[in-house]
Design a protein around this ligand. Sequence first.
Ligand SMILES: [Zn+2]
Length: 342
Amino acid sequence: MATGDAEQKASPALGGSPSPSAPSPPIPPPRPPSTAWKGEGLLAVSVDLDELDLYRAIHGLPSSGGAARVAYEVGVPRALGFAESLGVPLTFFAVGADLTHQACADVLTSARRAGHEVASHSLTHPYNLVRLSAAEIRREVEGSFEVVERAVGARPAGFRAPGYTISDAVFDALEQAGARYDSSVFPCPLYYGAKLAVLGSMQALGRRSASIVGPPQVLAAPAEPYRLARPYWKRGDRPLVELPIQVTRGPRLPVIGTTLGRAGERGARALVRACGDTPLLNLELHAIDFLDRADVPVELTGLPELRAPLTRRLSALRAAVGAALASGRRAVTLAAAAALAS
Ligand SMILES: [Zn+2]
């Protein structure tokens, strides 16, 4: 399944001079590979900065009116401490609207100065982004790029869609905005099935969730970095590079903050090993992975993300990152990984 390897082997022949013994080629040169991975084994750790109101929206609870800033006030400092202790840079995916608050902008500006990346997680985090009009999608993408640039002094290189649900129309807007990569495709049958089941049971109970599911073809998307086609779940020649959310080899189990945190230290190491020698180990976390039950309002203490104590979840995440580094992977931001993939 090492498609990345196959492409890497193919690329020198394309750039190299023809062999002296080769007959003059009547055949046109082959098309360049869709992605030529030039890197060694890489590790990237990203953190989606979803505020607590977004969890209320998923679970059909009333909004707090945007007053709570727990992700930025508590989650980001803990994430930075975690990253510093392991010597890894982070990629933060920020919701543009949050950065209109000066304190949030300041936290990410200093993180960027310390070598971390700040990318876009849309302007207002609409879970139904793919169902919006082209103009509304452009506003979510371009608007967030402008807000992030103003807030932290650098235009984002990358994007992550709310709820991992993306579309070719969103990729069009990303290309127009000058994005270099996206990291939203999550080709994970278990996650997809679980989301369908939760949405179905909420509907049966008469509760409305803001969450939606995308087309099932995403489950057949490559699990390693690839250059996008149209449709986006295929390899192609679009300028954007996709850095899929991590799944294991074989059954494509989810290797994200919540599953690693729940797996405990040994389980987390096993999940990392189950990803094999994939060119990029792309670990996606959320700000909530750095929060404990005591940090959130009482009506949110039952969130499944907070079920295990924070210390246990953090030690599992530390074990996962440690295992990746011990296997020789180099920790980079997603922007750096995307640059190596093109
Ligand atoms: Zn999100």
